[in-house]
Write a protein that binds this ligand. Structure first.
Ligand SMILES: Cc1cc2nc3c(=O)[nH]c(=O)nc-3n(C[C@H](O)[C@H](O)[C@H](O)COP(=O)(O)O)c2cc1C
Length: 314
């Protein structure tokens, strides 16, 4: 199982720097991380790049790839040169975001129906970029054939990797990932390929791995948010342990609280994580009912203690 490489997909509002650092302290199995996407890099040394999220004092530049959502080659290059200055080795372009307010502006997966536009952007980027450049995309925005001409475009450039999440944008995160379609596309693609979608257990991992052989890089998503032991389990390590899970949840909360100067705004992000993590427990809906309505720190702390006292990890 040594050859398998696992990464954690970016989640806007969840997998921020405190999350990534705390996760790494408590769990193994993840080889690579991505930041949730940056946008609006209007100038060199942009304000939104002067943040902990990308500051090398809080991040490991060797295993973290910053992501950008853009269709403007100049903005991508600006982002790339600032990331390079900070010590990063690679950036990733988001061509997967499915939300209509993004995709309707031909951004995220909304760029997939426009191979010519993609080509001209990548042409400019690759003339001048001096660090590794990868792309994360879906099968299309409206239909799963849109990716075919885009693959021809991708093949003209030395992408460091191509991560494909085999859904279309219109599905958002619903329905199933089309593993079969991913497998059909594999022979057409030159870039090192990474599979992402619906890996929620060792069983689903093994099933998907069998279908996409010889791909050996996989990005985990909601499956890992729900079960933080998943990467360890896939790599043959230990499995569920209530104490470790408890320590992780408390550490993440305290770390976020410290970074937010004690502000209750951390509750939003913790609740968002719980909307996935509840699935690690018996009676997830009971737990969610308790947690979702909370809006004071003290209440949250008590609810978490109750969950770990009264519920079992499954
Ligand atoms: C709330 C939310 C936020 C996300 N934010 C990002 C993001 O910033 N960049 C990105 O490339 N993907 C983002 N994703 C997609 C995930 O990284 C991942 O590709 C997706 O959940 C599919 O994998 P899964 O089926 O294993 O969960 C987001 C998904 C969700 C549900």
């Amino acid at each position: 199982m040594d050859a398998i490489k696992l990464s954690l997909g970016p989640f806007q509002g969840i997998t921020d720097a405190p999350f990534r650092n705390v996760f790494k302290r408590h769990f193994g199995g993840i080889d690579k991380y991505y930041t949730p996407f940056f946008t609006g890099i209007q100038k060199d040394h942009a304000k939104n790049m002067q943040v902990e999220e990308i500051d090398p004092r809080y991040n490991d530049v060797e295993t973290l790839t910053p992501q950008i959502l853009s269709t403007d080659a100049e903005e991508v290059l600006r982002f790339a040169s600032q990331c390079k200055e900070l010590g990063y080795k690679e950036i990733n372009l988001n061509m997967g975001c499915p939300f209509p307010r993004v995709a309707n502006k031909k951004r995220g997966c909304g760029l997939l129906p426009y191979p010519d536009k993609t080509d001209s952007m990548l042409g400019t980027v690759f003339e001048r970029i001096d660090l590794k450049f990868s792309i994360k995309c879906r099968l299309g925005y409206f239909n799963p054939d849109e990716i075919v001409p885009v693959i021809e475009v991708f093949n003209r450039y030395p992408l460091s990797e191509l991560i494909i999440h085999p859904r279309i944008g219109k599905q958002l995160y619903k329905g199933e990932a089309d593993v079969q379609r991913f497998a059909e596309l594999m022979p057409m693609i030159k870039a090192p390929l990474v599979y992402n979608g619906d890996i929620v257990s060792v069983e689903s991992f093994e099933r998907i791995r069998e279908q996409v052989k010889p791909v050996n890089e996989f990005m985990l998503g909601r499956g890992l948010l729900a079960n933080p032991f998943l990467a360890e389990e896939i790599k043959g390590g230990e499995s569920h342990d209530l104490e470790r899970l408890h320590a992780y949840v408390v550490d993440l909360y305290e770390d976020r609280l410290r970074h937010a100067g004690g502000s209750p705004k951390v509750l939003g992000r913790m609740k968002e994580l719980w909307s996935y993590l509840m699935n690690s427990f018996d009676e997830p809906q009971d737990i969610w009912r308790k947690i979702k309505k909370i809006n004071a720190l003290r209440e949250y702390e008590e609810a978490v203690e109750t969950v770990f006292r009264e519920h079992r990890v499954i």
